[in-house]
Design a binder for this molecule. Structure first.
Ligand code: NAD
Length: 480
């Protein structure tokens, strides 16, 4: 398979003619060739987006909402294709790709269509004048997304950007470009206005950096790692671009002494190992009250042992491969580091080679549970972004809060207790953007999503996304 950039409604090769390999990490096979785009391609895409802007922003909001619903409908018709493609590109289980990736990519368009409809225009009346607060699009916006939830995260930005009247230059991760290409094909099929959405494929430091640096791109919405986020901020900040940064995490799952331990063990296992631990919200540190530690841990290990690792095509698989061989090596190196740091492997700890011969070169790792590490060890503070969780004891809620807040990150976390008031009080003291009590990854798309500290700047979701993708103007009209 060969995929192309989607610029001004045309599928075109990159200017340089150079292509990159896209690999299925479950098989190690090359599945596609993708453009290795550069400044010239980004310039073309930006020019197309700039030309398309006046007509797109001139549509009524209702007309743009209709387009979002059309996109959702067209994606829904190919939802199985999205799920299969996402599973093949990422190595994630097909069931997860259906339930999470395909379903959410479609619902992102439906949600923002609905949500934008309900947006209230603000007015401030004075004794002799009225202030009308109106929203204008920001202009041409740059959207840069990671590989863990490819179309899910891209559509989470595309939908609100479009509905607010912006035009787009997007760069999906070079490791998972295929569903962005499906989106381009879908737009082409429904005869979506040319140039409004442009997709440029390629490497971050080349194609991504060109988006950051282009003077006609006035806002950047970036989701990815914290180190890349620093480059984004460093480049786009001095150009006064509007910036949204959704970055890494090292989230805690906190088991209080009054938790229902069976429920908490299953919840903590899901929080740690969904998508092979490759969700920014994954709970990769489990903090457990010392009073229940010895009862909880065997239940947690049993819940993890019940997870089936292997063939992503198998409906019953819970954990597929990690994103690449390079990433597998990084995750395995952290497991080795944990041993050097005094950690004890309570479960897993190694690469898995599934029985199917087609998967023998795949990047599969057993879900891994590590005990006995200091809370400030590297494995317990750095984002591993793989199927590895560290367990820690605490003696009091105060100590648990200190431990929870002890990393550079502040994205999410979950607290498990039978006393929800206690859970809520605990949550108020945690420095992070999202806290769940007795659940994990339970999402209402109207709520703010984002992190504090090195997990990012700004919020996405509901009104926050609509605000980011619009500029407010206050028009003050003096009474006659
Ligand atoms: P990454 O930072 O390596 O890449 C993200 C995107 O940025 C990719 O498209 C990449 O090509 C691009 N990029 C890389 N260098 C660039 C540069 N110099 N200029 C512009 N673009 C550049 O991240 P990743 O490995 O793809 O994804 C994993 C990371 O994403 C983890 O840290 C995870 O926590 C984070 N993440 C965060 C959220 C969130 O909502 N907070 C969601 C998902 C993933």
């Amino acid at each position: 398979m060969q995929i192309y950039n989607y610029i001004n409604g045309e599928f075109i090769l990159p200017t340089s003619g150079k292509m990159l390999d896209d690999i299925n990490p479950a098989t190690g096979q090359i599945i596609a060739q993708i453009p290795d785009s550069n400044n010239d391609d980004v310039a073309k895409a930006t020019m197309a987006a700039k030309r398309a802007l006046p007509n797109w922003r001139a549509l009524s909001k209702d007309e743009r909402i209709n387009w979002l619903n059309k996109i959702a409908q067209a994606l829904e018709e190919r939802s199985e294709d999205i799920a299969k493609t996402e599973s093949m590109d990422t190595g994630k289980p097909i069931g997860l790709a259906r339930r999470v990736d395909a379903a959410r990519s479609i619902s992102n368009f439906r949600f923002f269509a609905q949500h934008a409809k309900q947006q209230i225009e603000t007015e401030f009346t004075m004794a002799d004048a009225t202030n009308y607060v109106i929203r204008k699009p920001v202009g041409v916006v740059g959207l840069i997304t990671p590989w863990n939830l490819p179309l899910y995260l891209l559509s989470w930005k595309v939908a609100p950007a479009l509905v607010m009247g912006n035009t787009i230059v997007a760069k999906p991760s070079e490791m998972t470009p295929l569903t962005a290409n499906l989106l381009a094909q879908t737009l082409d099929e429904i005869k979506f206005p040319k140039g409004v959405v442009n997709i440029v494929h390629g490497l971050g430091p080349r194609a991504g950096q060109a988006i950051l640096e282009h003077p006609d791109i006035t806002a950047i919405s970036f989701t990815g790692g914290t180190e890349t986020g620093k480059i984004v901020a460093r480049t786009a900040g001095p150009m006064f671009k509007k910036l949204s940064l959704e970055l890494g995490g090292k989230n805690a799952t906190i088991i209080l002494d009054d938790a229902d331990l069976d429920v908490a063990a299953k919840g903590a296992a899901k929080a740690a190992f969904t998508n092979s631990g490759q969700v920014c919200l994954c709970g990769s540190r489990v903090l457990i009250d010392a009073k229940i530690y010895d009862v909880f841990v065997p239940k947690f290990i049993a819940a993890v042992a019940a997870m089936k690792v292997g063939n992503p095509d198998d409906e019953s698989t819970d954990i597929g491969s990690v994103i690449s061989q390079q990433h597998m090596e990084k995750v395995l190196s952290y497991i080795e580091l944990a041993k050097q740091e005094g950690g004890r492997i309570a479960y897993g700890g190694q690469r898995i080679i599934p029985e199917q011969s087609s998967l023998c070169h795949g990047s599969f790792i057993s879900p891994t549970i590590i005990e006995n590490l200091a809370i400030n060890s590297r494995c317990a503070t750095e984002e591993i972004f793989g199927p590895v969780v560290t367990l820690h004891r605490f003696d009091s809620d105060i100590q648990a809060i200190e431990m929870t807040n002890s990393t550079q990150y502040g994205l999410a976390g979950s607290i498990w207790t039978t006393n929800t008031s206690r859970g809520k009080e605990f949550a108020k003291q945690v420095d992070s953007g999202i806290l769940w009590v007795n659940t994990w990854l339970h999402r209402d798309l109207r709520t703010p999503f984002g992190g504090v500290k090195n997990s990012g700047v700004g919020r996405e979701g509901g009104d926050w996304s609509l605000n980011f993708f619009s500029e407010l103007s206050n028009i003050c009209v003096k009474d006659d």
